[in-house]
Design a protein. Structure first.
Length: 379
């Protein structure tokens, strides 16, 4: 059972939200690809028993984002929270929370972003019982080998894997579809990759690597699958856009990160870098920010614009706070910090936190760490 200390400033509605959180299975959040190859997740999720690494990851994420939202609600009373939000989001530590001020507005923006992730992983429901994020257009793959390379001059297929014709009855090539040509031209190395030969999801990814993405040490990616439908005059037009997260097998089996929060917490001693105590589930958490917020000027940073190293994240927050508040890994580190600081001992389960730790920047140059330190009680 989750047991988080609450602040007197917490709204009643928010207390209700946290107290009603129930266990959610990964297949309630995604259409999970079956099988052990071709992007299948059977090695990491046992469908019959609803268990395995993926389900543990969802539980860990749910616990940790719940803890983080609770701590932010306690911003005005807890100096540890204020220091962490300054470190990862560049929010000026004024020592208090005054509604309407730049500090309060920035705090609220971060809280709402994490709350959105919380609502997703807790499968939050509307009053009529329908989920905020219903299934049907969101897919989870465990590998990129379901994607098959297609040359630009290949016949374009629609969402039913049928040939597309133009208004004159001529076959349409991938490169002749305007939106596809735009995607191909975004990067000189982009290629088209079809998802429908090895899965039931018919659409195109546009990427330099596609099916080869998980061949190395990559952890995961978030992408859209653009479907085509026949237009009113027989021509091709964009249809439904599907969202997908691809988790590479490396993120489960070979990543150097601890397997669970329980394992991560056991590694902590005085001055241990927080980056070493972020569990493997953080890959799914990171990709969820991309999934929920998208990219562009109003979305989150992606590709070359992102930063991942903890020192780089702290540097970004110091120099460009607003930009740091759009970088997924800044949230990953903040959430891990808050959970190690606030989580509770749940016994021999992945989300268990045996001992609470605070963290702070320490040292300089090659000796710099965002290190663990004995935590004080909230003031």
């Amino acid at each position: 059972m989750k047991k988080f200390p609450t602040s007197l400033s917490l709204a009643t509605a928010f207390l209700t939200l946290l107290s009603c959180t129930v266990a959610v299975n990964v297949d309630e959040l995604f259409d999970v690809q079956g099988g052990k190859t071709d992007g299948g997740c059977d090695e990491f999720y046992k469908r019959k028993t609803q268990s395995g690494d993926l389900d543990n990851w969802v539980t860990e994420i749910s616990y940790s984002v719940d803890a983080s939202v609770t701590t932010i609600e306690n911003y005005g009373q807890d100096p540890r929270v204020r220091r962490a939000m300054r470190a990862f989001f560049g929010i000026q530590n004024t020592g208090r929370y005054i509604p309407g001020t730049p500090t309060a507005n920035a705090v609220d923006a971060v809280r709402l972003n994490i709350q959105r992730v919380q609502e997703f992983f807790n499968r939050q429901l509307h009053n009529d019982g329908t989920p905020y994020y219903p299934l049907g257009d969101r897919f989870l793959f465990c590998g990129s080998d379901f994607l098959v390379y297609q040359p630009d001059d290949t016949q374009a297929l629609d969402f039913q894997a049928q040939d597309i014709f133009d208004g004159q009855g001529n076959l349409v090539r991938i490169a002749d579809v305007p939106s596809y040509a735009e995607k191909l031209n975004e990067d000189a190395d982009n290629d088209a990759w079809w998802s429908g030969f090895l899965t039931d999801t018919n659409g195109y990814y546009f990427s330099p690597t596609g099916g080869e993405y998980c061949d190395g040490t990559n952890l995961g990616l978030t992408a859209t699958i653009q479907q085509l439908v026949p237009g009113p005059n027989g021509g091709a037009q964009n249809g439904h856009t599907l969202s997908s997260i691809v988790l590479c097998p490396y993120s489960f089996t070979e990543s150097p990160q601890p397997n669970t929060y329980k394992d991560a917490n056991a590694l902590l001693t005085q001055r241990t870098d927080l980056a070493k105590a972020v569990p493997k589930s953080s890959t799914l958490l990171h990709e969820a920010f991309h999934l929920l917020f998208g990219a562009g000027t109003t979305g989150f940073l992606e590709d070359a614009d992102e930063v991942y190293d903890i020192a780089a994240c702290v540097t970004l927050a110091r120099a460009q706070g607003e930009r740091a508040r759009r970088n997924p890994e800044n949230y990953v580190f903040f959430i891990a910090h808050m959970y190690h600081m606030l989580g509770t001992d749940e016994g021999n389960v992945p989300e268990s936190i045996r001992k609470n730790w605070d963290f702070a920047a320490d040292g300089s140059g090659q000796g710099w760490v965002y290190g663990a330190t004995e935590t004080d009680q909230a003031m």
